[in-house]
Design a protein around this ligand. Sequence first.
Ligand code: HEC
Ligand code: HEC
Length: 465
Amino acid sequence: MKKISKAVSLLGLLFILVSGTIDLDDLFNYETQNIPSYITKDNTPETNLINNEITTLGRVLFYDKNLSENNTIACASCHQQAFAFSDPLTSSVGLNGGNTGRHSMRLVNSRFSNEEKFFWDERAASLEDQVTQPIQDHVEMGFSGTNGDPNFNDLILKLSAIDYYQILFEFAFGNSTIDEDKIQKALAQFVRSIQSFDSKFDEGLEQAPNLNAPFPNYTPQENLGKQLFLSPPPNGGAGCVGCHAPPEFDIDPNTLNNGVIGVIGSTTEVDLTNTRSPSLRDLVNPDGSLNGPMMHDGSMTSLLQVIEHYNNIPNNPANTNLDNRLQRPGNQTQQLNLNTNEKNALEAFLKTLTGTGVYTNEIWSDPFDNDGNIAVIGNQLSANEPIFEKSITVFPNPVSTDLTIQIETGNYRVTIYSLLGTMMVDEEISGTKKMNLQFLAKGVYILKIQDLDSNNSFNKKFIKY
Ligand code: HEC
Ligand code: HEC
C-alpha cells in the first residue's frame, strides 16, 4: 500500500516537472475553432481536413530543428509566432548562415483564400505541396539531395529513429511508418489551423449592416480608409479591393505583379514572377509596429511607403508582367493622386486588420522546452486503435521486478516506451512470458504488444516502482 502511494505521488511529480509536454489525452482544439460566418473562402482539400491528432503532430514538426540537416533550423526559425509567423529580417537565415532569396511570408489565415497556390511566385500547387519544399531547399533546411546534401529519404530515416515520432505518427495516422505524404498532411494542417479573426475590423463587420457601411467602432479616419480601400480608382478610391478582397484580404488568383520587381541583395536584377501576397491581415503587431518588411524583396518598411507605391506605380519598361489594373491607357501606370489625409486614412484602416490571439495562443506555440526536449504523455496511443482479439492479462501493476504477460500462443512483438518516448524494451514472444523489469528506473511506462499475424496492437500504461 505504501509502495503504491509512493508510485502515485511519483506520477503526480512527473506531470508537474515536464514543461515541453504533449498530452495525448488532452489535445488542443484545432478542429472546431470559431470561424466567423462571413468567412467563406477555404482552400482545405477534402483529403486533408484538420483533425486534432494530425495537427498536433504538425505542431511538433513545425517547431522541430531535427527537420534541418544540422539540427539548427526549424520552420519556426523563419516563421515566428510573435511576428504573425513571419520574420523581421529582410532575408531569413538558413543553414550555415545562408540567406533566403526572398522575404519570409506571414502564415496567418493561409487557409482562407481563393488562391490555392503558394509562395510569392505561386510555384507550389497546394499547401501540401509547399510544406516539404523548405526541407528540401539547400539553404533553408538542407535535405536537398544535391550539393552533397542528404535527401528526403535520409530525413525520413532520421525521424523514424526519434522515439516521440514513433508515438505521434502512430497516434495521428494509426501507423508509425513515416513518409512524405504524412509529413505534408501534418504540416499543412498545422499551417491551415493558424487563424486570426479577433481584429477591430471583425468587430466592426459584426456590428455594421454590411461591409460598405461605416463601422460604428471605427474612427472617422479608419472609415475613410476603408472606403478608399473598397472603391475603384476612377471614383477617387485606391482600388486595393481588386486584388486583396475582404473580409479574408486574400490575393486574387489572377493577379500579375504589382510593380515591385526588386531582388534582395541586387541593384541590377529584376524579378517579374511575384504575383501572390499573404492575407493583408496582421501586417502589424497589436502594438502597431510592422511584423516585418513587406513584399517579396522586403523592400518596404512602412505602410505609408506601400501606399506611396500604389499611389504612383513606377513606370519601368523592363516590367512586362505588370497587372493591367495598375496600368492606364497610353503606356501609363497608376497615379491615384491621394492626398496626405487619404494616405494616413488608408494606413489607419490597414492597422485595424490586426488581431491579438494569434501572437500568443498556446495552441500554435513551441511545444519543446528550453533544452529542446519534448515529452509525449497520455494513454491513448492510436487515433484509431484496432481491436485486439487475443485474450490477454498483464500483471502486476504497479510492478517492481517481474511483469507477467499472459497471452495465447502466437507471434508478438513487445515494446516498452518511457513517457519521453524512449524505447526501453523490444522483444519478440510467442506466448505467456514473465519479463524482468528490475533495470527500469522508477516511473510511468507504456507497454505495447503487437500481434505480428494481424498487426493489431494492445497498449497499456504501467507504473514501475
Ligand atoms: C530559412 C527560412 C525558412 C524556413 C526554415 C522555412 N521557411 Fe517557409 N518561407 C520562407 C521564405 C523566404 C518564404 C517565401 C519564399 C518564396 O516565395 O520564394 C517562405 C514561404 C512559406 C510558405 C508560403 C506562404 C504563402 O502564403 O504562400 C509556407 C506555407 C511556408 N513557408 C511554410 C514553411 C514550413 C511548413 C516550413 C518548415 C517545413 C518552412 N516554411 C520553413 C522561409 C523559410
Ligand atoms: C493588381 C493587383 C493589386 C492591387 C490593385 C493591389 N495590390 Fe497589393 N499586392 C499585390 C501583389 C501581387 C503583391 C505581392 C507583391 C510582391 O511582393 O512582389 C501585393 C503586396 C501587397 C502588400 C505586401 C504584403 C506583404 O505581406 O508583404 C501590401 C501591404 C499591399 N499589397 C497593400 C495594397 C494596398 C494598400 C493596395 C491599394 C492601395 C494594394 N495592395 C493594391 C497585388 C495588388
